[in-house]
Design a protein around this ligand. Structure first.
Ligand code: GDP
Length: 424
């Protein structure tokens, strides 16, 4: 059976933790989109890890981790990540890399930096991992698939062609040093050596695995609101963050995805620019940021402080719907235990009218939050294993959110560890 683990919000919902927990029962975990721009934080018996490219299932020795064709593959980052976890005592994971995955080129990272520099104050808040230039090139059909590393003649010829265009931009738009074909070719030959042992037709591998009844997890990056089509365009990421894209980015039939586990955080956080209706500021935000996640809400890739907000029912209802949610995993609930009262955003006021439908970006910019305040539970709920044992106000919070978003909360995460999960 294939299950997808995806985010309903702006990312950082705790997908890594949920994937790691569910990986216990999984045979294969697949990354199907995105690149090394966002991170998953995972806490387990080996320690605390920030993964950017490896799927969150790499910590079990019974799992196979797949980098699907939809991923923006940064080969040196992948290999550094493998080395880092192995150096810290994790057994060498079984990894397969799609021969159709495309490669993040060194110049993608440069172009990302140069463009942010050029836009200055008007930038999108990129993590400068080369993701937007990478996907632009993929769809402009000047990207490089992993398989192309194994055709040296063709590769050199294509590099020469592509570099003409890149150098024109470097010279005239960015006024930066030009690229050299031989140097790039040599770098790619290094990449080839690193990736060669893992490359295969992962779509064919998955097809066979599905036929054999294997348990497969598709692990999404970021969340619904960062999807280029359905999110807060243009403050989105460059690849689809939706479970539906899992079929494409992994190369499997869409009807094989039987469960869509949408991860929803018990409060809101966001990184980068863009409208964030339930955002809070000042001391209130600082306290939630400091107490949030596991050791504070700071970006796993950049370390920058995340923007904080109260739970947003409007955005989450939409985020769950657009994912095609079958199950909601409600995470980081333990963090809210310090609050006397917990505000929740239950509607948006746009031009004097209140709506619970998530609007397009232009309207979103004008939306003001309609808040409802729920009583807090003022206790530490970590370590609780049964739903009935949660404090009454805590259950009321969960049930209120469930009713507002309209999708069943079947898992409640009350701590960063693998075992901190309550099934309902
Ligand atoms: P992802 O990108 O969706 O995997 O999310 P991140 O890893 O960026 O952020 C989630 C953060 O919350 C990480 O630091 C996790 O260790 C932590 N976390 C996940 N679930 C829980 C939870 O239930 N309680 C607490 N306190 N922290 C959690």
């Amino acid at each position: 059976m294939v299950k997808a683990v995806v985010g309903a919000n702006w990312g950082d919902e705790g997908k890594g933790k949920i994937t790691d927990t569910l990986s216990k029962e999984a045979d294969i975990i697949v990354r199907f989109q995105g690149g090394a721009n966002a991170g998953h934080t995972i806490v387990n018996d080996y320690g605390k890890f920030a993964l950017h490219t490896l799927p969150s299932g790499v910590f079990y020795d019974h799992t196979t981790s797949i980098i699907g064709n939809g991923v923006a593959l940064n080969i040196p980052v992948l290999f550094k990540e493998i080395k880092d976890i192995v150096d810290r005592g994790v057994p060498m994971p079984k990894i397969l890399v799609s021969d159709r995955a495309q490669i993040v080129m060194p110049y993608h990272i440069l172009f990302d930096e140069y463009e942010e520099e050029r836009l200055a104050g008007k930038s999108f808040g990129s993590t400068k991992s080369g993701i937007a230039p990478f996907y632009s090139d993929k769809y402009a059909k000047i990207g490089f698939q992993v398989a192309e590393l194994f055709d040296e003649e063709g590769l050199k010829e294509k590099l020469e062609r592509v570099i003409v265009q890149k150098n024109t931009l470097l010279e005239h738009l960015y006024h930066k040093p030009l690229l050299n074909v031989d140097e790039l070719f040599n770098t790619l030959m290094e990449y080839k050596k690193m990736v060669e042992p893992y490359v295969c037709d992962t779509s064919a591998y998955l097809y066979k695995a599905i036929k054999e009844g294997k348990n497969i997890l598709l692990e999404g990056q970021l969340g619904s609101l960062k999807d280029p089509d359905h999110g807060i365009y243009p403050m989105v990421t460059s690849s689809s963050t939706l479970a539906a894209y899992g079929a494409i980015g992994a190369g499997i039939p869409p009807y094989e995805i039987k469960k869509i586990i949408t991860v929803v955080k018990a409060y809101s956080s966001a990184v980068g620019a863009g409208a964030f209706v339930s955002e809070i500021f000042g001391d209130e935000a600082d306290e939630l940021r400091r107490r949030g996640g596991d050791g504070g809400e700071y970006g796993a890739t950049t370390g920058r402080p995340r923007r904080m907000g109260w739970f947003d029912c409007v955005a989450t209802k939409y985020g769950c719907r657009i994912q095609g949610t079958t199950d909601v995993a409600f995470t980081v609930l333990d963090v809210l235990g310090y609050l006397d009262e917990i505000p929740v955003c239950v509607g948006y006021e746009v031009d004097g009218e209140v709506t619970t439908d998530f609007p397009t970006t232009a309207k979103l910019e004008k939306a003001k939050p309609v808040l409802k305040t729920l009583p807090g539970w003022k206790t530490d709920i970590r370590g609780i294993k049964k739903y009935e044992e949660l404090p009454e106000n805590c259950r009321k919070y969960i049930e209120f959110v469930e009713e507002q978003i309209g999708f069943p909360i079947t898992m409640v995460s009350n701590g960063p560890g693998r075992e901190d999960i309550i099934y309902r």
